[in-house]
Ligand binder design. Sequence first.
Ligand code: ADP
Ligand code: MG
Length: 242
Amino acid sequence: MPTPLVEVDALSREYRLGDFVVPALRGVSLSIFKGEFVAVMGPSGSGKSTFMNLLGCLDLPSSGTLRLNGQDVARLDPDGLAALRNRNLGFVFQSFNLLPRATALENVELPLLYAGVHAAERHRRAREKLQQVGLGERIHHLPRQLSGGQQQRVAIARALVNDPPLILADEPTGALDTRTSQELMSVLQELNDTGISMILVTHEPDIAAFAKRILVFRDGQVVEDRAVAMPQRARSMLEGTA
Ligand code: ADP
Ligand code: MG
C-alpha cells in the first residue's frame, strides 16, 4: 500500500462554550490516497468544516491523530507544520478570498512571495497556473473585473502554485450558478486527471456526482463512505453529450 495523503484515526474536536461542550467531530477514522476525488456531504452543523479545518492544519484536534503524507502533524513545530502545509495542501474557499487590489497574477504569486521565490520565477509559475485554469488572457485583471467563476479559477490557480498533491475546497461552488459550477467542476476534474487529489465539501448532490468517493457526515461522525461507480464528467455535461 502507498502512504495515504491523509490518514486520520479517532479524530475528535470539541468546542467549549462556557459550561457547554459542543462535540463537533466525534472519532473519525479514514484514509485518502493519491488520485482520489472525495465529496464531503452532510447537513449544516454536521462537522464538515471542522473536519476540513483539521485536515488543513488550520485547527488542532482535541484527540486522535492526523497524518499528512505520512507525517503526524502533532509532532511538528510551527515551522515544520507550515512547511508541510505548503508542500502538500492547496486551499479553495466559497468566498474566493482574493486580495481586491491585486491582479489575478499577483494573487496567484502570493504564496510564492511568502516562500521567498524570486520575481521572474514567481511570474512564470503563476502565469502557467492561470493558463492551466483557462485564465491566460486575464492575468492583469483585478478580481472585481472578473466574474465569480473566473475569480474562483484564480483561487484554484493560487492553490496550485506550489504544486501540492492535494486540494481542499470548502463549498467552492457555493456562490456560483449551475453552469459556472459545472465549469469549475470540469477544471477540478481535469486537475484530478493529472493526479492531484481533491477533497471538496458540498451539500449539492449534483456536485457530489462529479466525485469518485462520497463521505456523509452526521452529528460529527462519518455515517456513509462509498465509491461512486461512474462519476459524471462535467466537461461532457457542458458540451451536452451526457
Ligand atoms: P458544517 O460545516 O457541517 O456545517 P461545522 O463543522 O461548522 O459544521 O460545525 C459542527 C458543529 O460545531 C456545529 O454544531 C457548530 O455549531 C459547532 N462549531 C463549529 N465551529 C465552532 C466554534 N468555533 N465554536 C463553537 N462551536 C462551533
Ligand atoms: Mg461548513
